[in-house]
Design a protein around this ligand. Structure first.
Ligand SMILES: [Zn+2]
Length: 458
């Protein structure tokens, strides 16, 4: 996919495209094909039938595909699931009543990215059918969560297709926006069931990739041919830091599109950093080299799982075309490059490369031990400081309590003496005359007697 020349990674733009020359982006995870061609190869019999019906723009006809797949896949369990989704063996036909038109209009009127607005319309009575389909689908997927991961992926992709059919009157932009909401709704809930699924070895591959990246911690921007500022100022630091942060955040997102947003953000930061380090505009080679550097620096958590998740459950158009497709394909190429990285790719002899790898490992182990010791020291210091703070707090509290008890005693004494005076006055008054003026003794007693202890901040 790339050749090593004088500087860094060389990758012709043509190599980013699907091997089938269908016009979509390919991906190393699909052996260089786009997701559609890859699926067609994986299921040749089915693909053969589909090809006959593919429309002019390459979009697969949703329902015919669905029906054929239904006939092809004899798995009893899966057929049961489909009946559960639709109530019939075939998906429902979109309605065209007035209320239906109104609800479609409401979806069309949504502002881009207004997921809350989408949920509001979906929960409205006129959207009842769509809503119950979503609920039924989610419940069934959860109930059958032990199916193989590929089955989950197929079912979710089928669900997207049938849902997209419902909005077939929409423009491309409106449909994309609506489907992104549908994806977010479905995958936010299914994430915990299908991410790092038991039926696949994603977790193992994550560990392998993570170890591989750690073992390459000695690779410098210069070796990769990444344009990098000669001197990093204390303020700016690594110009690729925003890109590193963006890609690390990917693991925390649940919807595939939100993970893709992190990939896009990371890529845009890479371009920005390159424009700072470089007087000329960044080219595709610089971008890929810099992306490799960012991946090596970031070592993003569960990178393999995250990419597989996006591939299995993301909307096909966001992976095969457009800016997100371009960035995701580059990310996959960067990961494939890291997996295969050797001396020549870094302009090093094989011996030099191996020697770096050995030293890298040693420094990783040494660094790991030093890090652990530093961390223990830091924790101990923190603990000591907290203990001292606690001691100080307890001391303060004791002083405050003593002061309060004294204050209460003084107040009681004062109140008692005032009571005695008042009683005497009362006696005097009642004995000398029968004045109607009465003094409320209780009032006198209670004044100032209810002050509590001062607030403590311990
Ligand atoms: Zn293709």
């Amino acid at each position: 996919m790339w050749t090593d020349k004088q500087r860094g990674i060389r990758l012709s733009q043509q190599k980013l495209m699907c091997k089938n020359s269908c016009g979509y982006y390919g991906n190393p995870l699909w052996n260089g094909f786009c997701s559609k061609c890859w699926k067609d190869r994986a299921r040749p019999a089915e693909a053969h039938r589909q090809d006959a019906r593919v429309t002019g723009d390459g979009t697969p006809p949703t329902f015919s595909k669905f029906e054929e797949k239904k006939n092809l896949e004899k798995g009893r369990r899966v057929n049961t699931m489909r009946r559960l989704f639709w109530g019939t063996p075939s998906p429902p036909k979109p309605e065209s009543s007035d209320s239906q038109m109104k609800v479609l209009k409401a979806y069309q009127m949504l502002e881009p990215g207004d997921f809350t607005g989408f949920l509001k319309i979906l929960r409205s009575p006129s959207s009842q059918r769509l809503q119950s389909r979503c609920t039924a689908f989610l419940n069934t997927m959860e109930a059958y969560h032990d199916l193989p991961i590929q089955k989950h992926s197929d079912l979710v992709q089928d669900f997207y297709q049938s849902f997209a059919h419902y909005f077939s009157s929409f423009s491309d932009a409106e449909l994309t926006q609506t489907m992104e909401h549908v994806e977010k709704l479905i995958m936010t809930r299914l994430h915990k069931w299908v991410f790092c699924h038991d039926s696949c070895d994603d977790e193992q591959k994550d560990l392998t990739l993570q170890r591989r990246i750690r073992s390459l911690n000695w690779v410098t921007p210069l070796m990769l041919g990444v344009p990098f500022p000669e001197v990093q100022s204390a303020i700016t630091g690594d110009p690729f830091l925003p890109a590193i942060t963006a890609i690390i955040e990917m693991d925390a997102k649940r919807a595939p599109q939100d993970k893709l947003v992190c990939v896009s953000k990371c890529s845009q930061h890479v371009f920005e950093a390159l424009s700072v380090s470089n007087s000329e505009p960044a080219n595709a080679d610089d971008f890929l080299s810099a992306l490799v550097y960012v991946m090596l620096k970031a070592n993003p958590p569960r990178l393999h799982s995250n990419m597989q998740y996006v591939i299995r459950f993301g909307l096909p158009h966001s992976l095969m075309a457009g800016e997100t497709g371009y960035y995701f394909t580059n990310l996959s190429c960067a990961v494939a490059f890291i997996e295969k990285l050797d001396g020549p790719a870094l302009n090093l002899s094989q011996e030099e490369f191996e020697s770096y790898m050995r030293r890298g490992q040693a420094s990783v182990v040494r660094g790991g031990r030093q890090d652990a010791a530093r961390e223990t020291h830091r924790l101990l210091d923190e603990l000591t400081e907290r203990q001292e703070q606690l001691d100080r707090g307890v001391g303060d509290l004791n002083v405050q309590l003593r002061t309060w008890v004294q204050a209460v005693h003084t107040q009681i004494d004062q109140a008692t003496s005032r009571l005695t005076v008042a009683q005497e006055e009362l006696r005097d008054v009642s004995s000398s005359s029968s004045s109607p003026e009465t003094t409320t003794v209780e009032h006198l007693v209670l004044t100032d007697a209810n002050a509590g202890p001062p607030d403590s901040d311990c």
